[in-house]
Design a protein around this ligand. Structure first.
Ligand code: CR6
Length: 831
């Protein structure tokens, strides 16, 4: 390598190294106060100190990041790219300090400067670029990829506004406010003014011969990269999360529109900057909005252009593309990458159509995250035709491939063909993105054993018949133990380290090491310490709630937690009906009887999609039931209920370590995996749940005696729904205790009599999610929970054994699975 310019010595002797002794750290923080922030020591507040500390930590990340990226460029390994519309990162500072191994030193340095690290950490806003599990999973996977020194990049969108802030109105309903997470400068991203691509929309596509076409006209916008450094744990390896921002292409407004399109050019929803302005807050539903389709194409086009440019720099023949590139499609959101890569190969690189299809289908992999029909993406043909005319042609051409292979294997089976086609007939016709994602990829996976089986038996059944079962497999989700054990629960992590006589790094890198705790489960001294950690985490949560909401939680009660998006299938309604039932039962008791009851604090948190009426009504009911219950002198020592507003990654980090029991109570067969169930168990919380998603595999690991299962099983669900449809039985007959609860709500016992009728009617009428079927066994399970909790020593043993058996649920295991079985990539690190 030749030195490019100037005096090599002048460069090399001036290169910064990483001085990480405390005086150097202090000097670096103060330096950032003086220059980067241009502030004075005497009026620096917590926010300023946070910013200076963050910039100082960032310097370390940048140097590692540079080295890692340079190493990849030199070494030319096969790389994997994780395309996800959502990355729910949460806060960065604490995680960066932990992964760099610099937390104790920064702690000291910051105290010397007169601040407290904990206070500074609280200054950071969550990066909340996701709705729920799918987005947080992407974040855990990035942490695991970097930690295992795998060459993996994430690609997503840099939304100006992440998931909305949730406020609770005086009447108890949810209000949504924009999330201005970029209001203060974001120190964790690097704008890449030089990394830009043009992305085209609209216009027209003219077919040439050889399946090629020329796409021209329309509107072009600019995609600009922002890079976020993803540090691995205890390694220099620092990967990249590249997020795209949309900008107007200079001068486009004047040039690329003819007079007839003028109005559209100036429409605000159509402006270039609007594309990446906001994260769509819907979880499990699709709306067919043009702006959402624009987001999807903008992001996949920019990402593929970037991947293509990197590949071309290798100077390899295009036929080797899949030897250097693997792309994981996180749900169907990035499915347009399939026709887009076809367009690049065929129209721009002159690859013959069939050869291009071979390359494409060897490059992509697809993860499905739900079998709920309302979540399966479909786009109207006319919308696609107008916005992406070339891609519409390609999708029609791919449809021809499907038709010919299906015709060959199942001659004359028209119904099968209609089910498998990329185009669903109707007015208008729709494009089935899941079918496209399936046929355009090498492998399809679900996210837990049961879910993957349901994928094979339901939404992908015809494709299993076509391709054989080996294309469809499972990678059970995982969570990163760095954030979800050490960072959120340092006391527990310390206790484990001290007990196993192992440095934390050993079990944080190999979570199966926690099994060593089993031999201490019966040790009374250890049990006592274990219980003390849980108690102090409850107090930490109570303190947090006291300072943020001014509420006083009884820390001597059992903490029962349900935190997740509000959705009918997740059945927060079942939980709140259970709480009301408990309340009514308590009211029926004499004071002496109540004294024997296990005191309980029930905590809810979660957001509802802004347009999801029934889910919002559930929040309103919870808030208003809480008002009545918490004010009732007869019962308030035995039952408290709270709805904590504005659920976030950071709030989860305080809630999860404090939980004794958490609820994962979806109708069987509806929750693909769940990942918070793993987080609770890792932190010694037990589960009450249905036989669904990853609950099943958790029980396999920890033993069924340590999980409180209830409810009907998946195979029964379909028949029960059928019965409800055609032979409905009134709730009064089917489940009198539930009927009593519904009637109390109707009668206005918790205020607002009539407003809850639409919610109550979902149960009284079709009861699609089968609350009436599962209520009795649910109440029974909660009774068993109470009984088990009374024998505290037994409970603590269960808790220890649960944590001990969580090895499987590390996202390190999941990422290894993807790396080996799907992407075929290997670890490689800078020296
Ligand atoms: N809502 C599933 O519902 C799963 C995550 C991550 C979900 C959930 O059970 O754990 O994905 N699905 O795989 C979708 O987002 C479509 C989720 O987060």
């Amino acid at each position: 390598e030749k030195w490019p310019r100037g005096d090599e010595k002048a460069w090399k002797t001036s290169m910064r190294g990483l001085d990480t002794d405390i005086p150097s750290i202090t000097k670096s923080i103060v330096g950032h106060v003086q220059t980067s922030l241009a502030q004075q020591a005497h009026n620096l507040d917590d926010l300023g100190a946070y910013q200076a500390a963050a910039l100082s930590v960032r310097d370390n990340l940048i140097l590692n990041w540079n080295e890692t990226q340079m190493h990849y460029t030199r070494k030319e390994p096969k790389r994997a790219y994780y395309l996800s519309l959502e990355f729910l990162m949460g806060r960065t500072l604490d995680n960066a300090l932990l992964n760099l191994g610099l937390k104790p030193k920064y702690d000291d340095s910051i105290s010397q400067l007169g601040f407290r690290l904990e206070d500074l950490l609280e200054q950071e806003r969550d990066a909340a670029l996701g709705n729920g599990g799918l987005g947080r999973l992407a974040a855990c996977y990035l942490d695991s990829s970097a930690s295992q020194e795998l060459p993996v990049w994430g690609y997503g969108l840099r939304y100006k506004y992440g998931i909305f802030q949730q406020l609770i109105a005086p009447d108890g309903s949810q209000l949504e406010a924009p999330d201005p997470w970029l209001e203060h400068d974001n120190p964790w991203e690097l704008p890449r003014l030089d990394v830009t691509y043009e992305v085209r929309f609209y216009g027209h596509s003219e077919r040439l011969d050889n399946m090629k076409a020329v796409w021209s006209g329309g509107q072009e916008v600019l995609a600009m990269a922002y890079d976020t450094m993803i540090p691995g744990y205890e390694t220099k390896s620092t990967n990249n999360l590249r997020l795209w921002e949309s900008k107007p292409k200079r001068g486009f407004d004047l040039q690329s529109f003819n007079a007839g399109d003028y109005e559209r050019a100036v429409e605000s929803s159509n402006s270039a900057a609007a594309i990446t302005s906001v994260l769509y807050p819907n979880d499990h539903t699709t709306f067919g909005k043009e702006l959402r389709l624009k987001q999807q194409y903008f992001w996949t086009a920019a990402s593929l252009a970037d991947i293509m440019r990197r590949f071309k720099n290798l100077g390899k023949p295009i036929s080797e593309f899949p030897d250097y590139v693997a792309i994981q499609l996180n749900d169907t959101h990035p499915t347009l990458a399939i026709p887009e890569l076809m367009r690049i190969f065929v129209d721009e690189e002159d690859v013959p159509w069939d050869a291009a299809w071979q390359l494409v289908t060897n490059t992509f992999f697809f993860t499905n995250h739900t079998v709920l029909p309302e979540a399966l993406e479909k786009w109207p043909v006319p919308l696609m035709q107008n916005l992406l005319p070339r891609h519409m042609q390609i999708i029609f051409d791919i449809t021809e491939i499907v038709v010919s292979v299906v015709e060959k294997k199942f001659p004359g089976d028209r119904e099968r063909l209609a089910r498998m086609s990329l185009i669903e007939e109707g007015y208008p016709q729709n494009i089935r993105m899941a079918n496209l994602a399936c046929i355009g990829t090498r492998k399809v996976n679900g996210v837990a054993e049961l879910h993957s089986e349901l994928v094979r038996l339901t939404i992908m059944k015809d494709f299993v018949d076509l391709y054989g079962v080996s294309k469809f497999s499972n990678v059970t989700n995982g969570i990163t133990p760095r954030r979800w054990l050490d960072q959120c629960n340092p006391r527990l992590s310390n206790l484990i380290s001290e007990t196993l006589k192992l440095p934390k790094a050993v079990f944080l890198k190999d979570l199966y090491k926690l099994e060593g705790l089993l031999q201490f489960a019966d040790d009374p001294a250890f049990q006592k310490k274990w219980a003390a950690v849980k108690q102090s985490n409850k107090e930490r949560l109570a303190q947090h709630v006291q300072t943020t909401l001014g509420l006083k939680i009884n820390t001597h009660a059992m903490f029962d937690v349900q935190i997740k998006r509000l959705h009918e299938y997740k059945r927060q309604t079942l939980n709140i009906m259970g709480v009301i039932h408990r309340y009514l039962t308590l009211k029926d008791m004499t004071p002496a009887e109540r004294k024997k009851v296990n005191p309980k604090v029930v905590l809810f948190a979660g957001k509802a999609a802004p347009g999801y009426y029934v889910a919002k009504l559930t929040i309103r009911l919870i808030v208003n039931v809480a008002r009545i219950i918490n004010a009732d002198a007869d019962t308030k020592d035995y039952l408290q209920l709270y709805f904590l507003p504005d659920y976030s990654v950071s709030l989860a980090e305080v809630l999860i370590p404090a939980s004794d029991i958490s609820q994962h109570i979806s109708t069987a067969g509806t929750e693909a995996s769940g990942t918070s169930n793993m987080k609770f168990c890792l932190n010694g919380g037990l589960l009450v749940g249905t036989v669904d998603g990853a609950n099943i595999e958790i029980a396999e690991e920890v033993g069924e005696q340590n999980v409180f299962f209830f409810g009907h099983l998946t195979p029964a669900v379909e028949d029960l729904r059928y019965k409800h449809m055609y032979h409905p039985v009134p709730v009064e007959q089917k489940c009198p205790p539930l009927a009593r609860v519904l009637n109390e709500v109707s009668a206005g016992r918790f205020g607002d009599g009539g407003v809850y009728e639409p919610l109550l009617n979902t149960i009284r009428q079709h009861d699609y999610y089968l609350l009436t079927e599962d209520f009795d066994s649910y109440i029974q399970a909660l009774k068993l929970v109470d009984e088990a909790y009374q024998d505290r020593t037994e409970w603590i043993k269960k808790s220890i054994r649960t944590t001990a058996k969580m090895g499987k649920f590390s996202s390190d295991r999941a990422i290894q699975d993807y790396a080996q079985e799907y992407w075929n990539i290997e670890s490689t690190k800078p020296e």
